[in-house]
Design a protein around this ligand. Sequence first.
Ligand SMILES: Cc1cc2nc3c(=O)[nH]c(=O)nc-3n(C[C@H](O)[C@H](O)[C@H](O)COP(=O)(O)O)c2cc1C
Length: 413
Amino acid sequence: MNLGGREVGSRQSRLAKWSMRYPTVADLVEPARRRIPYFAFDFLKGGTGDELSCERNYRAIREVELAPRYGGPISSVDIRATMFGRELASPVVISPIGMDGAIWPGATRILAATARDLGIAYMPSTMATASIEEVAGIAPDNAWFQLYAFADNDHDVSFDLVRRAEKAGAGVLALTVDIPSPPRRVRDMRNGLLPKMKLTPEKILAMLSRPAWLSAVAREGMPTLANIRPYCTPGAGRDELEAFVRNNKAGAGVTWDTVRRIRDLWKKPLLVKGIMHPADALEAVAAGVDGIVVSNHGGRQFDPSPATIDVLPAIRAAVGDKLTVLMDSGVMSGTDVVKAIACGADGVLVGRAFMYGLAALGTDGARHVAHILHEELRVALAQSGADTLEGARQLAVRHPGAWSLAEFGIQDV
Ligand SMILES: Cc1cc2nc3c(=O)[nH]c(=O)nc-3n(C[C@H](O)[C@H](O)[C@H](O)COP(=O)(O)O)c2cc1C
């Protein structure tokens, strides 16, 4: 994505126009719904079961209050974050989104280029639609990698993926632990995406009625599980790739022993993604990881799960400063980012928001979302008097939904 002067100019005027028309991420949800096929939109937006944990994530962040301070020394607002020894433009990391190219064709490559250009981190999924080699080629300094373990054959495939991520130059590896079994995502069931996508006349019609999405498919090609290709027969089609993932129960069968083995293999910073309990956070410390992502997978796995923001303070209290603590699930604004940091996070992952941007606006939509989040973050830091992320950690917080350590059955840490 090397743009000439005129294209840069037209991108800037596009972004300026969007910042008036779509000043928040929420403004992008309905345009996204209108621009991509209904089954792709439902796959993106939906959660598990009754989608209570999805709603709880959004509601709980909304309930958090921060008390602003005035009259302190004047300093400039700074949203830069240092994570794992690297300075990033902000504490916002782009989340792994499996089959992202089905939501917006070319998404993995676009997100990689966006992260590179804006100086933020991007963690492509094992199920991304471009390979980790390709992502690291596009964004050598900004690529992390999300790993789904494949427990069969004593983790042959898991460890091969780790080696590939290392060889490609990914800076951080995150092992996702919150898929012990396949979830029941009822929108996908109703839409005939599970257990495997059936192409029906209704779906074909839905695709034909979304010309922008269709022309992106024509440009980018059909989405494919690019990281999985080497484990299937050469030239394998979608059915074979998906069957591999299904039959090998991607993500399941992870134990703390698996984490230790990956720790031995991967020398750079290692994260465990999907922690919701302080006792598991302490297991992560014992396994020697560098950080955790407090995450309920955006409400896509276990419907009775608490909101992530509500368990974050207890998890931070349990691990102290032994780990970098990131949080995701429900972050839709820069103000949400400040709240997460005030409640104990060092940074946040953001998933759906970036995808709504791509679905609503195409390639530059991810850039627009980053601009919204960064601008809102700057304004919230200035308005609160915190000015910096360090300052945000000192803000007084009222957090009605916060779980105490005692509610987890932990008396002392
Ligand atoms: C469509 C979709 C696909 C996802 N695929 C993955 C994945 O492949 N690996 C993973 O660790 N998390 C995956 N997640 C979870 C996200 O990485 C992240 O935890 C979650 O989306 C954060 O919540 P948010 O969407 O509210 O920002 C997925 C989420 C969505 C919405």
